[in-house]
Design a protein around this ligand. Structure first.
Ligand SMILES: [Zn+2]
Length: 466
């Protein structure tokens, strides 16, 4: 939007003059000068108030002289009734304006043409504020969000408003994903894809995981108490590419990796997706989002996961050509669990763990399995580990994977589950219904994927709720 900087200069001069007077007055009344912090805060509050008033004045002034009669959508006609006040909750707070209101059609529907022209939804949150409230909602728990918002925007917003706006963003993201799923089955889409072979990358990674989310529905009206709490699996998918980290940018962790003859790699172009749905349905999302990344055409597609069966079943079904790797951290964790369960003495534990971890690192799976087997008769964890390492042996050829330059641990991208579930859905005070958890997670995924602004644009383009 363009506006006149000349006018800005004039307003700024008047604004400064107003504060100069205020500064002088404060000095007289309290005997000391206000601090820069006080001046800054005063200016922020004034700017908010100016925005609130100016937006209301502007909207009212956009109303042209109303005509007596206008056509109705139904084909009938609407008669001018009166100028009717309305409010919006904007980034400046509650804004009031007036516009012409029409009614009297046989269809019983009334309308305010100004609202339709500018996409105003009386009583509702504007798209601009919605974007900011949702941004708080994906980062902080809903009961904490209003405090943060007040610090930034200088007015109060109810917890429930933040929740509603955030979940609405997530619902939009869900719609977008559904559209992708439908689209990837159409001939037109597949043909369009054929025209862009340059979008195929030489090596693409996919990573899947799941984490438990506590579902504890709030009691509905008339219900004495909430239905029982429940734990549901939030499945998370992340697509990404990998690039070497230049020596000058290497962290201590990267340098340690290089010392262990592992390349220093980092993930880029990350895209996250999540849902609480059965694996079979999640597979459709995997396939549709994979089509966007040309996963099916990638000459070197790699999947990282823990040992969970649903992950490898989906990979086998949709991407049989993909290389499957058990995430190093998950594999190593299994050995640590065995050590914890089998040895109480820390020294013994380390003496067992260090060499077997080295074997795993070197791809010596038979030795790893034999080492666990030796404890299996007395230790249930060891017995389970034997099964785990046997079933996943081909996915743990870490010596080969390292030699071929693969990233073997998603530690650098932090596990996708941590990003989505632990850092938001598990925050203290979180209480979820399934839809709320899913939509909040989806909104957070859009942010983490760098798709936030296109999501906000879709929110702004929403047709008015009539
Ligand atoms: Zn009508």
């Amino acid at each position: 939007m363009n506006y006149n900087t000349e006018t800005i200069n004039q307003i700024a001069t008047a604004f400064a003059a107003m504060f100069k007077t205020a500064v002088k007055e404060q000095k007289v009344s309290s005997g000391s000068n206000p601090t820069i912090a006080e001046i800054e805060m005063g200016m922020r509050e004034a700017i908010r108030e100016i925005g609130e008033q100016a937006l209301g004045i502007l909207l009212s002034s956009l109303q042209s002289t109303p005509s007596l009669e206008i056509p109705c959508k139904c084909g009938g006609s609407l008669r001018y009734q009166r100028m009717r006040p309305a409010t919006l909750v904007s980034v400046f707070g509650r804004v009031s304006y007036e516009r012409a209101y029409y009614a009297g059609c046989t269809c019983q529907k009334g309308k305010a043409p100004l609202d339709e022209t500018y996409g105003l939804e009386p009583g509702a949150v504007t798209a601009g504020l919605s974007a900011l409230l949702s941004l708080a909602g994906i980062a902080f728990s809903y009961n904490e969000s209003p405090c943060w918002i007040n610090e930034y925007l200088l007015f109060d917003v109810a917890e429930n408003t933040v929740r509603t706006q955030t979940e609405q963003m997530g619902a939009l993201q869900a719609e977008q994903e559904q559209a992708l799923i439908t689209q990837c089955q159409t001939e037109a889409y597949l043909q369009e894809r054929e025209r862009h072979p340059e979008r195929i990358v030489t090596r693409l990674y996919g990573s899947m995981d799941a984490a438990k989310v506590r579902i504890e529905p709030r009691p509905k009206k008339g219900e004495a108490k909430a239905p029982h709490e429940d734990w549901r699996d939030m499945k998370v998918l992340c697509w990404y590419e990998v690039e070497p980290v230049p020596p000058a940018q290497r962290s201590a962790r990267h340098r340690a990796k290089v010392a262990r003859e592992q390349p220093a790699l980092r993930a880029k172009n990350l895209q996250y997706f999540s849902d609480i749905i059965p694996a079979e349905k999640f597979g459709k999302l995997l396939w549709a989002t994979g089509c966007e990344r040309y996963a099916d055409r990638c000459p070197d597609l790699v999947f990282l996961g823990d040992g969970a069966e649903w992950i490898w079943n989906l990979v086998d079904f949709y991407y049989p050509q993909a290389r499957q790797i058990v995430d190093w951290f998950h594999a190593e964790e299994h050995l640590e669990e065995v050590a914890q369960a089998a040895f109480t003495d820390p020294a013994q534990r380390t003496a067992w763990l260090d060499p077997v971890t080295q074997d795993l690192w070197d791809g010596q799976l038979q030795r790893v399995i034999a080492t666990c087997q030796a404890l299996a008769s007395t230790c249930l964890k060891a017995q389970k580990a034997v099964t785990y390492f046997t079933n996943n042996a081909e996915r743990m050829r870490y010596d080969r994977f390292r030699a071929d330059g693969y990233m073997i641990g998603s530690g650098t991208i932090e596990s996708a589950c941590k990003q989505v579930v632990t850092h938001r859905l598990d925050l203290p005070g979180a209480q979820w219904e399934v839809d709320g958890a899913v939509h909040t997670a989806k909104a957070r995924c859009a942010w983490l994927s760098g798709d936030w602004h296109s999501l906000c644009q879709r929110r702004a383009a929403l047709p008015l709720a009539v």
